[in-house]
Design a protein around this ligand. Sequence first.
Ligand code: UD1
Ligand code: CA
Length: 487
Amino acid sequence: VSTPRAARPCALILAAGQGKRMKSKIVKLLHPVAGRPAVAHVVKAARSVPCRRIVSVLGVQAAEVRSAIEEAARDGSRSKGIRPEFCAQKKQLGTAHAVLAAARILGAERGALLILNGDVPAAKPETLRALLYRHREAGASLTVLTTNLDDPQGYGRIVRGMDDSLQAIREQADIAGDASLEEIREINAGLYCVELEGLFEALRKTSRGNAQGEYYLPDLVGVLRAGGKRVEAMCHDDPTEVLGINTRADLALVSKAIYARKAKELMLEGVTLLDPGTTYVDVGVTVGRDTTLYPNVRLEGRTKIGEGCVVHSGVRIAESVLANGVLVLDHCVVTEAVVGAGARVGPFAHLRPGSVLGSGVHVGNFVETKKTRLRDRAKANHLAYLGDADIGREVNVGAGTITCNYDGWEKHRTVLGDGVFVGSDTQLVAPVKVGRGAFIGAGSTITKDVPADALALSRVRQQTIRGWAVKKRREMAGRGKSRSGRR
Ligand code: UD1
Ligand code: CA
């Protein structure tokens, strides 16, 4: 979309509150929703409207909220992106008071301002654009986004006149017990478009004479109407987009809505989700066509999954990259890993940060890798710990192989050349290098480097005593003892 800069609105994000109803040490807006802090969703939406300036009001845990907003403004930006701006609300005296905190920074601006509650993360940019459009078309001073909820409890109610015009917004705390108001299902979404001209003067006319002793932004409706200004309400038909987060129950509801939307997006792009309701794909994740996600899969952060992959149930993949045609069997945990084309992982594999798998690699059940590279077509099919290792092409790592990478003080590296064969139950005591094409006999403890094409063995020679068991049984029988399985 290329909107002329002058036509772009400014945005103001209200992000100063604590969020007491969350009962959390962490400020409400930093709680993650589908992989990013709640407030980050609002910043992203404002960015894609697009807005000319994005100002946020900070208060509680200002430094942390600020960095979450900066991060959201930064990442994924194709255009140069705009630098977010901040202002401080020292005491949280209400939403109107919060907007007033921006008087200095926005006082000289004219035109439309989108005011966005920081705790309403699911609104789509197109909905905000529609709000802006409607506002301009109507020549309104204020346009409030509303929706109808089956359970409007907790939200400000929209009071309309006989002619359907917006008369007032009444807060939950102020209408308790007034059935005629409480049963209104149309609510204030906490997303507004307002003309900057005269805004701050009007806000100064709001009062704290209400149940919460706060300056209410919704009271702007009354102030502007009294001044003969035009106020509008635009009712949005998708309530899931405008749900606010006040409690952890709201957090769950909003997360679910965002996950559902992401799941639908993926399906429309050619990804199969066997059960979208139990597939949790964070908003920043990409998944290629013809990939299948089984139930109970979580894809987190900025994970990228290629085309034609299959991810089975119980798998969590975070901040990782999977190339095309990767098969991830059930119950794997994959974090900060890179998996090459056609690789096969799991079931029950654990790829920890810094794991890099080449193409066609197999990592099987109960194999753990960390800061380890397995080059193309290397295999570790069963029961192994591979840490701080560089494993060459087509290496076969036998069952029960362990890199002893830690000596109690430091981590050391293990290097296996191309085509090495590691017999089962081998310990590789790092630092150690095995040259290309070498063999390690099963059950070995390798403490010294092995040259290319050698066989290294470190185990006690086997002793075999013929007839020993016959003698032993006879001796025990003489003492009146028998053993099951005796011949
Ligand atoms: C607000 C609206 C309500 C609406 C609902 C939608 C008011 C008075 N009420 O209620 O009509 O239905 O949102 O979700 O506005 N904040 C500050 N500084 C403050 C107070 C709040 O920055 O002094 C921020 C909060 O961090 C939050 C946002 O403003 O992001 C909304 O505040 P909150 O207390 O959650 O308002 P609600 O009670 O949900
Ligand atoms: Ca709220």
